[in-house]
Design a protein around this ligand. Structure first.
Ligand SMILES: Nc1ncnc2c1ncn2[C@@H]1O[C@H](COP(=O)(O)OP(=O)(O)OP(=O)(O)O)[C@@H](O)[C@H]1O
Ligand SMILES: Nc1ncnc2c1ncn2[C@@H]1O[C@H](COP(=O)(O)OP(=O)(O)OP(=O)(O)O)[C@@H](O)[C@H]1O
Ligand SMILES: [Mg+2]
Ligand SMILES: [Mg+2]
Lengths: 244, 244
C-alpha cells in the first residue's frame, strides 16, 4: 500500500534563516541538513511497524513524507497506487484526509477549540461542515475510548500533557483511516494509560488497519510486528519484532 | 529546602470557558477540577526525587506550584525559608529565576529565537540584557552537553522533537540553579540520549543540586533516590527508590 524508493529530504538553511549570527561565527555552521538520505521501504496493507532511532535521525521527517504532509526533495513515493509527486496540493490533501490518521509528536491541537471540536477537526475538511448525528456519536465514543469523556469542554491549556496527547490520538481516528501514523503517541502517558492506547491500536490492526508508529520505547515497539531502525537519515535495521 | 503543607489547587471552570456546549449537555460536565487535593511534602537540599502517577493525576500541577509558576488555592508553601504566599509577583519571579531551573512538559520555547537565544532566555530576566563572555561560554558548553552544538542557529520549528526538548533542558541550567524541576524531561529522547541526560543530572545531584523530576518511565525513576506516586491529586506512595 506504500512504496518509497530512494526518498531524500534536505533542508536548505540560508543566511536569512540563521540570522545575524551566521556572519560572526564561521565553521561548524550547518547550512544544509540532510534529514533523509535515501530511504527505500515497502509497507503492505495491515502491517504493524515500529520505527526507532536516535533523536534527530529522521523519523518524524519520514513519517511526514509518509503522511503526505511534506514532499521529498527527491525519490519516489507511491501511496495506494498514486504517485504522490503527480498530485497537486488539493488532491494530496484529499488523499490524506480520507486515508490517513496522523498523531503528531507535538499534537498540533487548536488552542481555541475544545476537546470535542479538536477531535472533529478532520471532519470539517470534508463535506459541508455540518457534523452528522453519527459523527457526534463517533466523537463521544472515541473520547470515551481515550478516557476524556469528562474533559469534553476543556481547551488544550486546561488539559494535562497526556490528556492533550490523547485528544490527538482520538482526532487521528475520527475519519476511520486505513493507515495510522503515530509519532511518539504514548510519550506522555503512564504505563496503564499507554497499555490502553496500545491495546486499542492492536484491535485496529486486527481489523485490518495499517499502523506505522515512531517510538523510543522498546516496550511499545514490541507491540508491532516489524521494527525498523534509523540512524542519520538512513535505515540501518529492518526485521520482525521480538514477539513474532 | 522545600515544605508544602496541605497544598490544594482547584480550577474553576465557569460557563464562559465551556462555551455554548454547556447549555445543551447537562450532567457529566465538570465545573471544578480538584487537581491537587491536599499534598504535604518536604524536600531537603540535595535530594533526588521522582514523581510518578497516571496521566491527569496532578504531577505537573504540583511541579508548577513547586516552581512558583502558579499559586495554590490553599495550603502553605515554604521555599528556602520564604513563605511563597507572602511574596508579590516580582519577588516570586526573582526567587524563581535565581534558584529554580524548570524543564517544561511542553518545552515553552520561543519560536522566533534560535537555540542559543532560547538557552540564554533566563539570563535576560536579570541584569541589563548584555550577555557576558562567561555566559556565552556557558551557553556553548550546555549546548554541547545536550548534543546541540551543531544546531545553534536553528529555530524550534527547524528542530526535531527531542532536540527541542534538549534546548529546554539546557535553558533550565543556564542560571546554575539550586533546584531543578523536570517535567517528563526525556519523554522524546531515545535511550542513548536519555542516558546522557540522566548521567548529566546525576552529576549535578552529586554536586549538591536538588532534583525533582516527573516521569512516567520506571527506568528513569530509578535514577532518583526517592519515588513519590500520585493519584487523583494526592500522594499515595512515598519511599526510597529501588537503587537505594
Ligand atoms: N487550566 C485548567 N483548567 C481546568 N482543569 C485543568 C487545568 N489544568 C489542568 N487541569 C486538570 O487538572 C488535572 C491535573 O493536571 P496535571 O497537568 O497536573 O496532570 P499530570 O499528572 O501532569 O498529567 P500528565 O501525566 O498527563 O502530564 C487534569 O485532570 C487536568 O485536566
Ligand atoms: N525545518 C528544518 N530545517 C532544518 N533542519 C531541520 C528541519 N526540520 C528538521 N530538521 C533536522 O532534521 C533532522 C531530522 O529531524 P526529525 O524531526 O526527522 O528527527 P527525529 O528522528 O524525529 O527526532 P526525535 O526523536 O528527536 O523526534 C534533525 O537533525 C533536525 O534538526
Ligand atoms: Mg521526531
Ligand atoms: Mg503533566
Amino acid at each position: 500500500v506504500v512504496r518509497m524508493t530512494d526518498l531524500r529530504k534536505t533542508y536548505f538553511m540560508g543566511h536569512g534563516s540563521g540570522g545575524g549570527l551566521f556572519g560572526k561565527r564561521g565553521g561548524g555552521e550547518v547550512l544544509t541538513v540532510h534529514a533523509l538520505r535515501g530511504v527505500s521501504l515497502e509497507f503492505r496493507e495491515g502491517e504493524y511497524v515500529a520505527i526507532m532511532g536516535q533523536s534527530g535521525s529522521g523519523k518524524s521527517t519520514m513519517l511526514n513524507l509518509l503522511g503526505c504532509l511534506d514532499r521529498p526533495t527527491s525519490g519516489e513515493y507511491i501511496l495506494g497506487g498514486y504517485d504522490v509527486a503527480q498530485l497537486d496540493d488539493d488532491e494530496l490533501s484529499e488523499v490524506r484526509s480520507r486515508s490517513i490518521g496522523f498523531i503528531f509528536q507535538s499534537y498540533n491541537l487548536i488552542q481555541q477549540y475544545t476537546v470535542t471540536e479538536n477531535i472533529q477537526l478532520p471532519l470539517t475538511y470534508q463535506g459541508n461542515g455540518i457534523i452528522s448525528e453519527e459523527a457526534q456519536e463517533r466523537t463521544m465514543e472515541l473520547a470515551r475510548l481515550v478516557g476524556l469523556h469528562d474533559r469534553l469542554d476543556h481547551r488544550p491549556n486546561q488539559l494535562s500533557g497526556g490528556q492533550q496527547q490523547r485528544v490527538a490520538i482520538a482526532r487521528s481516528l475520527i475519519n476511520d483511516p486505513y493507515i495510522i501514523l503515530a509519532d511518539e503517541a504514548t510519550g506522555n502517558l503512564d504505563s496503564a494509560t499507554s497499555y490502553e492506547i496500545m491495546s486499542m491500536l492492536g484491535k485496529l490492526n486486527d481489523a485490518g488497519k495499517t499502523i506505522i508508529m515512531v517510538t523510543h520505547e522498546p516496550d511499545i515497539a514490541e507491540y508491532a510486528k516489524r521494527i525498523i531502525r534509523m540512524k542519520d537519515g538512513v535505515i540501518v535495521e529492518d526485521g520482525p519484532s521480538p514477539r513474532m
